[in-house]
Design a protein around this ligand. Sequence first.
Ligand code: XMP
Length: 506
Amino acid sequence: MILIVDFGSQYTQLIARRVRELNVYCEIHPYNNLPEFNDRIKGVILSGSPCSVREDEAPDIDLQNFNGEIPVLGVCYGAQLIANKNGGFVLPSEIREFGRAKLSSVDTHNELMKEMSINSQVWMSHGDTIAQLPNQFEVIASTPSVEIAAFKVQGQDTYGIQFHPEVTHSVEGKIILRNFVVHICHCSQDWTPDIFVETTVEELKKKLGEEKVILGLSGGVDSSVAAMLIHRAIGKNLHCIFVDNGLLRKNEFHDVLASYRGMGLNVKGVDAKDKFYKALHGVVDPEAKRKAIGKVFIDVFDEEAHNIEGAKWLGQGTIYPDVIESVSVKGPSATIKSHHNVGGLPDYMKLDVVEPLRTLFKDEVRLVGNTLGIDKNILGRHPFPGPGLAIRILSDITPEKISILQEVDHIFIKGLRDRDLYDEVWQAGAMLLPVQSVGVMGDERTYESVVSLRAVSSVDGMTADWSHLPHDFLSDISNEIINKVKGVNRVVYDISSKPPATIEWE
Ligand code: XMP
């Protein structure tokens, strides 16, 4: 395993992604809460940081623990920290160095730099620079403006690089990470979905024995994959609950429930539509909607869970980015929308939590799902928010509005699938606006609702671009919606990106 020490850089997760792409297992831990050192740790990568090693309160760790014993690679701040602690000089750069640079010299005899090309493009992002190295350090790469772009400590497997090998703009960055992880740390490249499934199922069997687990399915990728893993380990002792909150897409509850049953899951579908509609009656504020939905969900889930006698565990589909977010150096970023659908369970349920996907990134969850043979329809589906259509109906929620929006959404999503555009967008849906507009149908004047279609491309939902869907496709969908959905006489297409807009309208 590779230990990645997080000093708060925006790129720390990317380092982990790149290491995992080499099929090597790694974990990120904040610098101020590191695990005990053990034989499993074959190498350490020190991340970048928004801080400067010259500050009094600069994040720091005791390098003695592994210096000389385990290979260490410092990236940007990590490299400056190694140099600074050993008697080198780190100074503010005369020009702040952000962006592309080219390696003007590189020592390809050095293990870390093997197979790197001269002129290779690298990505710089730093305000400080290493002005002078300690005596026993040697320079192994330079750019025209950064002489000490990479260094090695003589007689030790300790390295530093000033640029960021983890970002794709460092074109050969993967070579450096491979050299470090595979050739210097000697990690075996056996972190594959198959091995993950095999070892996780074994661990779950040991951990859970004959005990019962309850798990709330949402129809999304994470909870479905978590359920299948636990199911492989304990079969019918996994009791799944799938709640119909009445805010899902058209036919979704029945279709997804049938898929789950087809996969052999022991799942109970609970129709709680009326409870959700009642709690949402007259609620307009988006955050109040989320709170109301979260509360009813807990009540319904709790009631169902009580019917499952002797349950000891609560299964959850928590994935690695959620885990890192909750322990990261900077802590969770400011709440723009409260994205929690399940605001935690009441204390008296006192169940232990089992989270088999805690160490996986989203795309790894999909690979694992694929290995488990999960329905492509579930694995490949767009993200859908927990509060569902409630946050796509601007203003108050009524069953009539939900049914209008379900029809509109259905035409849009089916159209995307039929035209092979579904997989090209990251997420798509429709918003029902609190606006009536004048139209004309036949000889009649109409005064009806406006819907906005939204489709975006994104990697993780944090930023997103509006999708440039073909005009003739949008035109066909608009016609179909206005002709088929009673109550809608105007369709608009949202061309805002995130930021500054968000993906959902509420
Ligand atoms: P925004 O609107 O913040 O959405 O750009 C980013 C991603 O998060 C989803 N989203 C939610 N998911 N509960 C969820 O489970 C929520 O309350 C919620 N709000 C937004 C949104 O669909 C998009 O994928």
